[in-house]
Design a protein around this ligand. Structure first.
Ligand SMILES: Cc1cc2nc3c(=O)[nH]c(=O)nc-3n(C[C@H](O)[C@H](O)[C@H](O)COP(=O)(O)O)c2cc1C
Length: 169
């Protein structure tokens, strides 16, 4: 699938078939994260792949009632290993870096016929406890992964005119 087709047709998937995600496809999705750009090429990240049903259920328990998280055969926790790093402009770098890596994964997964959903509404400390993440690191976002049971719905987007200006704000 061409990159632009993947960008145009990807949707958040919140309903999954129980079918396992094969290791080969999983590797391709993780490779998309590995190759993502990061500030100063820091790559200060770790991706914790959760396939164990019990751990997925525990994670769902810290996602504010998002039960579908437990139904996805895979949940990937995107972990910043250096949450203190900043960009040259002083912005915290880890959330930017991890967001790019996760976006790569969502697009790669979609190109492989898999569905994903970003999970940003969760109790960070709770997820870190469940996954035994050290205090020096931070779970930035969770991502569900699996074969869609239902197609995602297109959520509208603002027009180009609303979001773009030239030569000044
Ligand atoms: C940072 C971030 C956090 C999100 N958190 C959640 C979440 O906790 N639960 C959920 O169902 N969707 C979550 N989403 C998915 C968005 O709701 C979704 O991307 C948006 O509505 C556009 O829909 P689409 O992904 O199908 O294009 C999140 C997306 C992003 C980028």
């Amino acid at each position: 699938m061409e990159v632009f087709d993947a960008i145009k047709t990807r949707r958040s998937i919140r309903s999954y078939l129980p079918d396992e995600v094969g290791q080969e496809k999983l590797n391709q999705v993780l490779e998309a994260a590995r190759l993502a750009p990061s500030g100063a090429n820091r790559q200060a990240w770790k991706f914790v792949v959760v396939r164990d049903a019990g751990i997925r259920k525990q994670l769902a328990g810290v996602t504010r009632g998002q039960d579908f998280v437990a139904d996805a055969p895979v949940v990937v926790a995107a972990v910043a290993t250096d949450p203190t790093a900043t960009t040259g402009s002083g912005e915290p770098a880890h959330r930017i870096d991890l967001a790019i890596a996760v976006d790569h994964m969502t697009l790669a997964a979609h190109a492989l016929g898999l569905g994903t959903c970003w999970i940003g509404a969760f109790d960070q400390r709770g997820a870190e406890r469940i996954l035994k993440v050290p205090q020096s690191a931070e779970v930035v976002v969770l991502m569900t992964l699996g074969y869609p049971a239902r197609e995602g719905v297109f959520r509208g987007r603002k027009s180009i005119e609303e979001i773009v200006s030239y030569d000044g704000y």
